[in-house]
Design a protein. Sequence first.
Length: 187
Amino acid sequence: MKRTAFQTLLFGLAILIMAFQPVSEALKQKSHSAFPESRITYTLKHTLHTVNGESAQVNSQLLMVDGKGIQQVEVSVPVRSFDSGNRARDRDMLEVTEADKYPTVSFVSSNISEHNGNLTVTGELTFHGVTREIQFVAQQQRQQQRLLVTGGFEISLEEFRIKRPSILMMKVKDNLQVNFNMLYPVE
């Protein structure tokens, strides 16, 4: 197959561009998967009582770049994995959140900035088939060769099109508090 002079020139330019790419940055990037000890919890309030649930089935990837800290995080959790300690209540939760239709809650960051050890995280939360931008503050703490990232945020059930369940003719509060303890390996 013969190459024209133009094709040869384009090929040569492509090689030059690739040769001068900052390879060191690419090599410094490291992705870390969350340890099984990671947890996500929720708190839902009703006039008569408070419901707490927890999931340990957290799938998460954390991207770190040497000298720049955490650059991105992705988290997903199966809705069915949350346990409130009451099977009947958990069945109701699965029905209200339409877990068969929307089986996963996920978050993907779009921006992470650090100030004095605190992280301001912005990204998209997808829950019940609805995606909303959220922002929250998290804390990070190195523990030998582990990085603990903790924090929380509050969402509106109605914003995510979830019908608030009722107990004794009174609906649960609209606000759902979500907290996380994420543990990642680091060098």
